[in-house]
Design a protein around this ligand. Structure first.
Ligand SMILES: Cc1ncc(COP(=O)(O)O)c(C=O)c1O
Length: 364
């Protein structure tokens, strides 16, 4: 099948670019002695998780238990669920899954770990636990070293759970490069306070799991980090380019769309709107727009209706025709993947692979 035979809108993955992104990250981790545990919430496709393992990842990360279930079903054997598992039903599902794969979870509360311990004991399985720290993003994670030490001690005392180390997510690094430099210093001050407290308590930290795509290639500068969990690096997106984290030629994912109307002056309408691209905003530069039209940098994806993408072409010198096709790099790849049943791996104009986005919509 060729790209021109695909119906639109269609999510295209440029395989050459994706393979380069995977190889580069794996090589960086090898050079710096870091374990790579890519976050698969970006693509939600077991075949791509396998490619990451093949290119050097030691295991994978997921956000939700439902994603973990899909990955285990596909045979992936070493998974970190980087999300607090809270509630009886979820703890029971986690314990059932731990019969089939090696699982770790990150969490920051006594409630979460007690529930997991209880279910794991009932099932006769063991679950690894990372204590989550807040290093400035202010989402999840303990803020005070004494709290983290106390939770680690509780984990050591509870049956069927194993304290493995610490985890943090530097989600506040979606800022400019100079700002990221400043934040890095602040994170290191915080991390060292935690390490000193664990040292004083005589608690061994085997794993410190950090990393994201914006911080990935500076991971070796984060104090004590042993593994990283970048997700978006596999594809990159407009925001990563805007933040200077990736170049345009590092963007593997684009959405193939068709121009369906040009009747309003200064406008071209394409057949993908918020149900194709998601409404996620551009988190760099002037914050405007919903994507980058590869064929025409002067066009602005100004607005999205549910099924219509509104291109402002008033500054463009290009002539737009109904029926022609464009490729648009979205603001945020992860939410795009979650909206599509299948995506196409392409090389040149050939479609080499059709992948089902098996874990899309697995929010439970
Ligand atoms: C806990 C956690 N780890 C890792 C990542 C991956 O980071 P990125 O999306 O920047 O690749 C995310 C992303 O949301 C996350 O929430």
């Amino acid at each position: 099948m060729r790209v021109q035979d695909l119906e639109t809108p269609a999510v295209l993955i440029d395989l050459d670019v994706m393979e380069r992104n995977l190889a580069r990250m794996a090589e960086y981790c090898r050079q710096h002695g870091l374990a790579l545990r890519p976050h698969t919430k970006t693509h939600k496709i077991p075949e791509l998780a396998y490619r990451q393992i093949k290119s050097g990842a030691s295991g994978i990360t997921v956000a939700k238990l439902g994603e973990a279930e899909v990955m285990v079903q596909a045979g992936l054997a070493d998974i970190l669920i980087a999300y607090p598992i809270v509630g009886r039903e979820k703890a029971a599902r986690l314990a059932a899954l731990a019969e089939r794969a090696s699982l770790m979870v990150s969490l920051d509360s006594e409630e979460a770990v007690r529930g997991i311990s209880r279910s794991a004991q009932e099932r006769g399985v063991r679950v690894g636990v990372l204590v989550e720290l807040d290093v400035g993003f202010r989402r999840c994670g303990l803020q005070r070293p004494e709290e983290a030490v106390a939770l680690a001690r509780l984990i050591q005392d509870l049956p069927n759970v194993d304290f493995r180390g610490l985890m943090f997510y530097p989600g506040h690094f979606m800022v400019s490069e100079p700002e990221r430099r400043r934040l890095l210093e602040d994170v290191n001050v915080r991390l060292r306070r935690f390490y000193e407290a664990f040292d004083r308590a005589g608690l061994l930290i085997a794993i410190v799991s950090g990393g994201s795509t914006p911080t990935a290639y500076s991971s070796h500068e984060f104090a004590g980090v042993t593994e990283i969990r970048p997700g978006m690096y596999i594809f990159n997106d407009r925001t990563m380019v805007g933040l200077g984290v990736a170049r345009l030629e590092d963007c593997a994912l684009s959405v193939l769309v068709t121009v369906v109307s040009t009747s309003v002056s200064g406008r071209a309408i394409v057949d993908g709107g918020s149900k194709t691209f998601s409404n996620d905003r551009y988190r760099a530069g002037d914050g405007r727009g919903f994507g980058l039209v590869r064929e025409d940098p002067e066009a602005e994806v100004e607005a999205l209706s549910e099924e219509h993408g509104h291109l402002d072409i008033s500054r463009s010198l290009r002539r737009y025709r109904v029926g022609e096709r464009l490729t648009i790099i979205p603001n945020h790849v992860c939410t795009v993947m979650n909206l599509h049943d299948e995506v196409y791996g392409v090389r040149g104009d050939q479609v080499e692979a059709v992948w089902r986005v098996a874990a899309r919509g697995r929010v439970r």
